[in-house]
Design a protein around this ligand. Sequence first.
Ligand SMILES: Cc1cc2nc3c(=O)[nH]c(=O)nc-3n(C[C@H](O)[C@H](O)[C@H](O)COP(=O)(O)OP(=O)(O)OC[C@H]3O[C@@H](n4cnc5c(N)ncnc54)[C@H](O)[C@@H]3O)c2cc1C
Ligand SMILES: NC(=O)c1ccc[n+]([C@@H]2O[C@H](COP(=O)([O-])OP(=O)(O)OC[C@H]3O[C@@H](n4cnc5c(N)ncnc54)[C@H](OP(=O)(O)O)[C@@H]3O)[C@@H](O)[C@H]2O)c1
Length: 269
Amino acid sequence: MMAEQNAAGRPAVKATSETVLAIRHWTPTLLSFRCTRPSEFRFTPGHYTRLGLGHGDNGDADFGDWVWRPYSLTSARDDDFLEFISVLVPGGAFSEKLRHVKVGDTLGVDKAAYGFLTVDQLAPGKDLWLLASGTGLGPFVSILRDPAVWQNWQRLILVHSVRQAAELAWREEIAALPAAFAGAQATIGYIPIVTREPGATTLAQRIPVLFADGRLEQAAGTSLSLADSRLMVCGNPDLAKEMRQFLSERGYATTRRGVPGQMAFEKYW
Ligand SMILES: Cc1cc2nc3c(=O)[nH]c(=O)nc-3n(C[C@H](O)[C@H](O)[C@H](O)COP(=O)(O)OP(=O)(O)OC[C@H]3O[C@@H](n4cnc5c(N)ncnc54)[C@H](O)[C@@H]3O)c2cc1C
Ligand SMILES: NC(=O)c1ccc[n+]([C@@H]2O[C@H](COP(=O)([O-])OP(=O)(O)OC[C@H]3O[C@@H](n4cnc5c(N)ncnc54)[C@H](OP(=O)(O)O)[C@@H]3O)[C@@H](O)[C@H]2O)c1
């Protein structure tokens, strides 16, 4: 992304200056935010783009010394704004800037969207499992806001694992999805998992443990099957690693050389 040089000899970033429209704090270390959307910006739900933060206004779009990080889009494909969710990591270069951002501030947004965590990368199936830890929920919110997914699948199963109940972002909106897409083919099962607040949710263990002992399938009311189940995993890299091993042992594969697979992963660090 930083390969080109601008007239001043500094790296040129293919990005636009956008304006922060709204910020929502879910906890002191978890926020979602919206910014203006350039009319040319296109993405598929599940994609990420790169966000940049620098010093104040950036009128000449020379983003040379800004801090850039990849962020999944949470907004719907056709929303007239872009939306993201972010953790604030203590001492993190981007987090330390983001924690001070206010409505009206400037946000750099890469002109392109990237990634392979999109539903169209998967082989056709019936049950779409969306497995998220922490902010890994983000791309699945965008996917679930897409009417196409409600028409093309029979069952959507969203599993969101967080440490504390307050981190179950968009909980009410997710609960309201069946009403929002009433009449569509798909049903949805929402399975929140809170791992560090005993009693907050029925299930309180990590996702791979709950697959290994069958409780997640029981809670979803459906069993994994290579023929019908497709799985997307996003967030903590150890979750991705453990689920990849679990699923590979059962014959699931990622998409390779144009052959659509049954599972897809995005690791955030
Ligand atoms: C493809 C992709 C998409 C991403 N999308 C998102 C997103 O939608 N929302 C988001 O919050 N982050 C996302 N990230 C991570 C994000 O790019 C930054 O790493 C994160 O915001 C912290 O930036 P930082 O500069 O403050 O700290 P960094 O120096 O980048 O990270 C420091 C440490 O913080 C921890 N960490 C980083 N990101 C997270 C996270 N999301 N949750 C928990 N711990 C984390 C890790 O231990 C990491 O080593 C994504 C990463 C990738 C590769
Ligand atoms: N969440 C907070 O309260 C909080 C507060 C301040 C700072 N932070 C910082 O934010 C970062 C991470 O926070 P986070 O809570 O969003 O992400 P996280 O540590 O990835 O935890 C999110 C969820 O993923 C689970 N998980 C972790 N490893 C897993 C694995 N190998 N397999 C399956 N599930 C797994 C966690 O369960 P477990 O609970 O069992 O680990 C939790 O339910 C860290 O840098 C942390 O220091 C977090």
